[in-house]
Design a protein around this ligand. Structure first.
Ligand SMILES: Cc1cc2nc3c(=O)[nH]c(=O)nc-3n(C[C@H](O)[C@H](O)[C@H](O)COP(=O)(O)OP(=O)(O)OC[C@H]3O[C@@H](n4cnc5c(N)ncnc54)[C@H](O)[C@@H]3O)c2cc1C
Ligand code: SF4
Length: 245
């Protein structure tokens, strides 16, 4: 019996009588049907959406901003460039703009990647401070920004706005810190010692990656190896040890 046939018979009341197994089957079939309908709806919506050709990436949303987070989130400039290059690979007619105070391409080969984005992929880097994004009557987003080279306010209608939002500590950092008896720093990331950058304020507890601060994958992986090495030092009783305070 197909699931549709089963469900029709169930609906008709054929199985009524309190058989628990049938109730379970009916619930499963109902959920599968609902998922199928939702998928179909999404497919219809996706087909009706026109491809966006004018893309605006807005950098430092919530980062390097004294109202929110003072720090730089580290990875979003390179991530935006990567996404912009991919967008251009998919659509050679796409106009891609990256709005930001500057592009922080700090890392081996990053500056070259940034330049490749401009010269080969045709990305436009717009040195600017974005003030707001408004919507025209037809819902077209409009980016309002100060062109910090020309010192003038400009507007640019686009099809899609992509925000490079800040990397913030996990909401569970505070309860976890309380549980473990370790401290957080002023930004809410786990606090470490300046001379032992993976050691928390409690001996024997180490951190790495974005638990420490915003960082990209290669740096997180390197820190993870280092944290594992620090833990091995403690377990083997060798190397730099810190006494419990
Ligand atoms: C939109 C975006 C794009 C990015 N693009 C790039 C890129 O192109 N290249 C690049 O190098 N980097 C990129 N990054 C950065 C990259 O995601 C990080 O460097 C990397 O994820 C850090 O790894 P992590 O293991 O430290 O943290 P995470 O990957 O965040 O892993 C932490 C894990 O811990 C879990 N967790 C949190 N709190 C608790 C708790 N209390 N108990 C149990 N589990 C918990 C979380 O759910 C999560 O699974 C990007 C980040 C973002 C947000
Ligand atoms: S890495 Fe992120 S926070 Fe830092 S400058 Fe670039 S967009 Fe701004």
């Amino acid at each position: 019996m197909t699931s549709d046939a089963f469900y029709e018979r169930y609906e008709s009341g054929e199985f009524k009588g309190g058989d628990e197994d049938y109730e379970k089957w009916a619930a499963a079939v109902r959920a599968a049907r609902k998922a199928k309908d939702e998928l179909e709806e999404l497919r219809r919506k996706a087909e009706s959406i026109e491809a966006a050709h004018r893309l605006a990436f807005i950098q430092c949303v919530g980062s390097r901003d004294i109202r929110f987070n003072k720090y730089c989130s580290g990875f979003c400039c390179m991530h935006a460039i990567k996404e912009a290059i991919i967008a251009r690979e998919h659509d050679r007619d796409a106009q891609v703009y990256i709005f930001g105070m500057d592009i922080r391409a700090v890392g081996k080969g990053f500056e070259e990647y940034r330049n490749r984005g401009a010269h080969e992929a045709g990305i436009h880097y717009v040195r600017s401070r974005v003030a707001e994004v408004t919507e025209e009557r037809d819902h077209t987003p409009v980016v309002w920004y100060e062109d910090t080279k020309e010192r003038v306010v400009r507007r640019m209608p686009v099809d899609l706005v992509i925000l490079s939002t800040a990397c913030q500590p996990s909401a569970s950092a505070k309860p976890l810190a309380d549980l473990l008896g370790i401290e957080l720093n002023e930004f809410g990331f786990f606090k470490t010692l300046s001379h032992l950058p993976l050691d928390t304020t409690k001996p024997g507890i180490f951190i790495c990656g974005c638990a420490h601060s915003p960082m990209d994958i290669p740096e997180s992986v390197a820190q993870a190896s280092s944290a594992a090495a620090r833990a091995a030092q403690v377990l083997s009783g060798s190397g730099t040890m810190r006494l419990a305070s």
